[in-house]
Structure formats: structure tokens, C-alpha cells
Ligand binder design. Structure first.
Ligand code: N01
Length: 541
């Protein structure tokens, strides 16, 4: 049940709308737009002071999306596609945030959001057939529909290291980066974490900081991004071809335009395999994954690609000991989200950059002066956490979500998240979580998924209203069958062999397992389309 402290005090005035949207990231912005265009009264709530979601918060040096800019953008409005021009193949955070702001201005979305406001509980009232969301400002919003556009990567996670509060220098968190510039010149800077975030920070600060100490526990595989400025001719052609591009994205497992291969690794002789890998390295981006069909299911093929990348690390990094420490071992390549970098490995050839191997000498504590590992203390002026997120479920479980008969989402998901189609949960009528944890969430383009899920939800609501239906809820049967399929698909995937946020192993006590839909966005979309034909997986009242 909702805790008493979260229950609105008697007499608290409530605002009645048609749809509550939690979050002003790309999913929330689109949801607000889509429902408004359907003639609905929409109330958006956002913790940040403006739109952009993860791109609002993540202002750390070097932040950049590793999906191509033309892919990682909305496809629902041709006017926006034509009016907005991307400057680089892979856009940096300021440009993506500028894009979110452009869309918000263009579609006049801000007026629907309460910014600097958090939802602290959302409770279903079965008699009134509506969701009642209470905010930290004491507002109560009621609506028959609630959209949790809270994002799969929005609850930052500090490292489990004692002493954090003791540090007397400047402590910065990548995901809550200050809006003011930070001066790194002549400073001793430490970075904990070498996932996608840490890699981007390190390759940027290596050139700026006086001394940079990288505290690495698990090395990541990172591939060259080969980012470049987009030529006007290319941009013009993209703009002409947007309809075909979006169609291709909808039919691609990645929800983007990355090529997909049907060629098994061992179908080529060794010399040709090597050639293909060299070419993929040269081309950069995630083209590696598109070079062979079976890298995520064939361990032997995966091992050979991993060896190839380890060989590249040796070629790039001058100091053999540092090169060895940077080589990932013991888990398949691509089983942790592969990073894309710009001269990350080269950064370790700079005299001011020092790799601290925390596999050899683990971090013991954070002290007043810096970080102490088993090998000794490193004094620091600035310490940066790039230690990831309580991903996929974190934001949905950060406050009380209470469904039918007082069932909380925390209780329902105590052994891990379960849902139907990734965005509906049995026991929680009229609640929808686009890009939710049992969909393709982190494995495909999140903007493509968000648009798809919101469209599906909007169509379902239209269907309900045309047929005088007030509530829609996933049936337990449909939910169970969906989860069985998700588990079956996951069984073959090498992703399960690595300890990552993809399987929940980065958060102490979190249920572990690969609960994402690994079948590809195109297949996911087909299944959702079939599910909307008669809505057999839903019970309507
Ligand atoms: O987080 P992560 P992230 N002591 O969880 C380390 C997206 N993203 O923010 O693996 C020492 O991947 C931890 O080490 P270990 C993208 O989907 C995209 O980097 O636990 N180290 C790991 O190295 C990505 O996958 C983009 O051994 C500790 C790191 O912290 C996702 O966000 C850019 C530690 C966390 O890595 C998350 O990436 C950025 C400890 N106690 C993010 N605790 C682009 O589009 C944790 N770590 C490019």
C-alpha cells in the first residue's frame, strides 16, 4: 500500500486531466505531444528544470551519443526533420539538448510540464478509475491514464565504496554534472568507472587535466567511433530520404540504420574474416556487430573478435603493462554495451594519464584527500564518479506505484521486472511505461522505441474510447507468455555471461537476469502490431 506520508492530506486540491506523463525526456516529450494532438488534457511532470531527460542531466566533458544523429532523432514530424540540421555523424550532448529544446519550442511542449517537480507516488483508484499522482510540491494530479516516461538510465548510482562523504576535494557525478564550466587545468583529477561514460570523460580530460588517474575495475571493449562533420550534400540527401530512412529503421533490429549481416563468422576463411574485421575497425561505429550474424550467440566467433580488439589495444598503447591492463578478459565482447571512442586507448600514451588497475589493487576507501587502493593513496583535487545507473527498473521503483488492491510495483517486481510488451503490467490498469524493462530498451535506438510505444499506447486508448472501454490491463496469461518468450530468446544470448547493468548485477541486492527483449526492434514491433489486432492480451472493462 502507499505509505501514509505519501498519501495526499485530506482537502489537498487535485487537478484532473486525461493523461499524466512522468518525464520530459524524448519519450515524455513525444507522449505529451501525441496525447495533446488527440485532444487530451495532459499534465507532464519533470524533475529537471527543462526538457531533455538524460541529455539534460549528463553534461559531463565529452558526452556524446554513440548512435548516429540522424537515427537518434524523432521521425514523427517531417517539418522537424527538415528544419533541424545535425552537424556531426555522432552528436555531442549540447547539440542533442539543443535539439530537444528546439522540438519543445517548435511544438510548444513546455507549457504542459511542471518542471523541478518529482512524482512521489502514483496510486490507482479503482472506484474512480483513475491514477492519482502526488508530487513533491504537494500537488495531486488525477487522470485515467498514466505514462511513465521515466527512462531506462535515469537513476545514477554511486560506487559502493566507503568514505565518499569524507572527500574534501570537488566531487562530481557524470549524471548530475554542474551547469557551470569546471576548470581541470593543473588539477589532479580521478575518474572511477570505465563504461561508456567513463571512456568519454577520460578521452576528453586526458587532454585537459594536469594529471588524470583512471580507476578501472572492469576494462571495457571500445571501438573507434570515427566521428566526423556532416557535409552539406550528405545532409541534403538525408533530408530528401527521411521517409525511407525511418522505414528502414522500423525494420531494423537496432531501430536504427546499422547494417545487419546474415553471414556466420566461420562461413569465411580466416584471411577474409581478418579482412572484414580490419574493415569494420576502419569504418568505426557499431559496424563490427553488423559484420557477422552470430557474434552474440557463437562464443568461438565472439572470442576471435575479442582477440582482434585486444590485438589493436597492444598496437595502440605504448606501455605493454598498461596495454595488458586495458584488455578486457573473461566476458564476451558486446556482452557489456560496447563503447565507441575517439582516441581512448591513445589517451594512455599521454604522460599525464595514469591507469590505476583496480583488479590488481582494489579501491579500499575514499579519503579526505583522494582514493586509497590496496596499493596506496592517490591524492586528488577533483574526483568524478562515472559509475552508472540503477538501470531499467530504477526509475519506476524510485517512488510508490500502487495498482489494483494495493499491489505495489515494488512487490510485483521483487524478483525482477515482468510486463506485457515491455510497457504494461498486470494489476496496473491504464499504466504504461514506454521503453520499459522487458522490451528492447537498451538494445535498440531509444527514440525509435519511445515513438513506437507511445503510438501503440495512443492507438489502444483510441480503441478503448471508441468502444466505451474505461480500463485496459495486461492479463496475467499474456504477461506470463511474454516473459516466457523474453526468457527463451535470452537463453542463447552471450549477454548473460557478463556482469553489467543489462542483467542488473551492478546494483547490490537487485534481482539478476537478462529481462530485456533481445529479439531485435523489428521483431518486437511485429509482435506489438499483432498484439493490437484484437488486443487479446488485454482485459478491458
Ligand atoms: O555506466 P556502466 P555508464 N569501483 O554501468 C564502474 C549509456 N551511455 O554510465 O564494471 C570501481 O556501463 C564499473 O566497473 P565494473 C550506455 O547505454 C551511452 O558508463 O562494475 N569501479 C564500470 O566500469 C551505457 O551502457 C553513452 O567493474 C566501479 C562503471 O563504473 C550506459 O549508459 C554514453 C565501482 C559503470 O559503467 C551506462 O554507462 C554514456 C566501484 N565500486 C552512457 N562501481 C553513449 O551514447 C562501479 N564501477 C556514448
Amino acid at each position: 500500500m502507499a505509505q501514509d506520508s505519501k498519501t495526499p492530506a485530506p482537502g489537498t486540491p487535485s487537478r484532473r486531466v486525461d493523461v499524466i506523463v512522468v518525464g520530459a525526456g524524448f519519450a515524455g516529450m513525444y507522449a505529451v505531444y501525441r496525447f495533446r494532438e488527440m485532444g487530451k488534457r495532459v499534465a507532464g511532470v519533470e524533475a529537471g528544470s527543462d526538457v531533455g531527460g538524460v541529455w539534460y542531466w549528463n553534461r559531463y566533458p565529452g558526452a556524446r551519443c554513440d548512435l548516429m544523429s540522424v537515427d537518434y532523432s524523432y521521425g514523427f514530424s517531417d517539418a522537424i526533420q527538415q528544419e533541424w540540421t545535425w552537424s556531426e555523424q555522432f552528436a555531442a550532448q549540447p547539440e542533442i539538448l539543443a535539439y530537444a529544446n528546439f522540438v519543445a519550442d517548435r511544438l510548444d511542449l513546455r507549457k504542459h510540464f511542471a518542471f523541478n517537480t518529482r512524482v512521489v507516488s502514483a496510486v490507482w483508484d479503482d472506484d474512480a478509475r483513475l491514477w492519482r499522482a502526488t508530487t513533491d510540491k504537494g500537488d495531486v494530479i488525477e487522470a485515467p491514464y498514466c505514462i511513465m516516461a521515466t527512462g531506462p538510465l535515469s537513476i545514477p548510482k554511486d560506487p559502493d565504496i566507503p568514505g565518499i562523504a569524507r572527500f574534501q576535494g570537488q566531487l562530481l557525478r557524470a549524471q548530475k554534472w554542474p551547469h557551470e564550466p569546471v576548470d581541470f587545468a593543473n588539477k589532479r583529477v580521478g575518474v572511477i568507472g570505465t563504461g561508456s561514460t567513463g571512456v568519454q570523460i577520460v578521452q576528453t580530460l586526458g587532454k585537459e587535466a594536469g594529471e588524470l588517474f583512471v580507476f578501472q575495475r572492469t576494462p571495457s571493449y571500445t571501438l573507434p567511433m570515427r566521428n566526423h562533420v556532416l557535409e552539406p550534400d550528405y545532409v541534403e540527401e538525408m533530408k530528401r530520404n527521411y521517409p525511407a530512412l525511418r522505414e528502414a529503421m522500423r525494420n531494423n533490429p537496432t531501430g536504427g540504420t546499422r547494417p545487419v549481416s546474415t553471414r556466420p563468422f566461420f562461413s569465411l576463411p580466416p584471411s577474409q574474416r581478418r579482412q572484414v574485421m580490419e574493415q569494420a575497425w576502419e569504418n568505426g561505429g557499431h559496424t563490427f556487430l553488423g559484420s557477422f550474424a552470430d557474434l552474440m550467440i557463437n562464443q568461438e566467433a565472439n572470442d576471435q573478435v575479442a582477440d582482434f580488439v585486444r590485438g589493436k589495444i597492444s598496437e595502440i598503447v605504448s606501455d605493454p603493462e598498461t596495454a595488458e591492463a586495458l584488455k578486457p578478459r573473461g566476458y564476451p565482447i558486446f556482452a557489456r554495451r560496447p563503447c565507441l571512442d575517439t582516441e581512448y586507448y591513445e589517451t594512455y600514451n599521454l604522460p599525464n594519464v595514469h591507469l590505476v588497475d583496480c583488479l590488481k589493487a582494489p579501491i579500499v576507501e575514499i579519503t579526505e584527500k583522494g582514493v586509497r587502493t590496496e596499493a596506496g593513496e592517490t591524492e586528488l583535487d577533483i574526483l568524478i564518479f562515472a559509475t552508472g545507473y540503477d538501470a531499467l527498473t530504477g526509475a519506476l521503483l524510485a517512488f510508490d506505484v500502487v495498482g489494483r488492491n494495493g499491489l505495489t510495483l515494488k512487490e510485483k517486481w521483487k524478483n525482477g521486472p515482468v510486463s506485457y510488451l515491455g510497457f504494461m503490467v498486470a494489476g496496473f490498469p491504464n499504466l504504461f511505461a514506454p521503453s520499459g524493462p522487458n522490451g528492447p530498451a537498451a538494445l535498440a535506438n531509444l527514440i525509435t522505441i519511445a515513438e513506437h510505444d507511445v503510438d501503440w499506447i495512443a492507438d489502444a486508448i483510441e480503441h478503448m474510447e471508441e468502444n466505451g472501454i474505461e480500463t485496459a490491463e495486461a492479463t496475467s496469461k499474456a504477461e506470463t507468455e511474454w516473459m516466457q518468450m523474453v526468457a527463451q530468446l535470452a537463453e542463447r544470448s552471450l549477454i548473460r555471461k557478463a556482469k553489467t547493468w543489462w542483467v542488473g548485477s551492478n546494483v547490490k541486492g537487485k534481482p539478476q537476469g537478462l529481462t530485456m527483449f533481445v529479439g531485435g526492434f523489428n521483431k518486437y514491433r511485429d509482435l506489438c502490431t499483432a498484439a493490437a489486432d484484437g488486443y487479446e492480451g488485454l482485459s478491458f472493462e
